[in-house]
Unconditional design. Structure first.
Length: 75
């Protein structure tokens, strides 16, 4: 039986920043599910892998991407 590991990254906030984060995630092969909220937007990115270390590496990479985009957005 093959193992499967899964991690969810959830975010909510400003629509403009959310759009940039979603676009950045998509550019790197992730497919966020998003919805508009009263405060802006929220999204969830689910990362799945058969290897726990590989999952960790992929989530770390995703968080670095999102962090850089957030920092650039805030100027």
């Amino acid at each position: 039986m093959t193992e499967q590991h899964e991690m969810e990254v959830q975010w909510s906030g400003d629509s403009a920043l959310g759009a940039a984060l979603i676009a950045g995630a998509k550019e790197h092969g992730h497919e966020p599910s998003s919805q508009a909220t009263e405060a802006g937007v929220e999204f969830v990115i689910t990362v799945v892998d058969e290897d726990l270390q590989s999952l960790r590496d992929r989530v770390d990479d995703l968080l670095v991407i999102l962090s850089a985009l957030e920092e650039a957005h805030q100027g």
